[in-house]
Write a protein that binds this ligand. Sequence first.
Ligand code: GDP
Length: 295
Amino acid sequence: MFESLTDRLSGVFRSLGGRVQLTEENIQEAMREVRLALLEADVNFKVVKDFTDTVKEKALGTLVMKGVSPAQQVIKVVNDELVHLLGGESTELKLQGQQPAVILMAGLQGSGKTTSSGKLALLLRKQKMKPYLVPADVYRPAAIEQLRTLAKQLDIPCFDSKADMKPADIVQNALMDAKEKQCTVVILDTAGRLHIDEPLMQELRTIKDIAKPQETLFVADAMTGQDAVTVADAFNQQIGITGVVLTKMDGDARGGAALSIKAVTGAPVKFVGMGEKLSEMEVFHPDRIAGRILG
Ligand code: GDP
């Protein structure tokens, strides 16, 4: 991921590297290149503009500093702004409060919701939590079966949802069962549609009212680029999201969604899916990703 962006940016910084002193013009030229590199990586247009404006302003401010190579100073400014763009420090799950804690997974069909629910359960168990899975997509019996199979594979308790149950009843009963089993975190896999529609949003609002999740994670397919960002924004406005799981990053060489979603929605990417296997999910660390982008 981010391969071409890394290539482009390292070219920009190489051209600055040879200079003992930087002028405003050098920085402006470099920012033009950074802008093109980000646009090519499919980053949201407004996000690119704000990013390059901020970097330019801060880099100009550092020109007066002595002792550090000017190129290094610019790279540091870009690095800091990239970390900020990717979510800064705010990517940890916040599960304080009611027990068991509840994580609601929302997103369009095919985005990787069910797989990510299983992956997240595994990840949280590794962190010594006791997860409980809830299939609440009653419109696709195959989805219920899919999560049940994953749960069995992972040996994680899973609510016995039936396709003729109402999602609200599933959630209510599942929460009681999870409490009885002394689980510490409940992961709700909700229904997805091929596009956003009002009945889906209404159902999510109902589930949210009942479950009062500490985290509402929007699951987005990174390969859909700016579409993922637009849909995340719509979900956020309609139901409120606290974070994003960006799936299929293994197939996304550009990284536009990862670089835009926090700035557009205010919700940071918290996890990334890196493959189909249940172990292939990682906590999203903005500083490490920024480091990777800058090569
Ligand atoms: P849902 O409809 O949102 O529940 O989506 P699924 O969890 O069923 O996933 C849809 C497809 O995407 C499946 O074939 C998954 O194996 C695949 N998938 C999910 N996450 C990832 C990922 O991080 N990387 C890759 N390569 N495939 C993924």
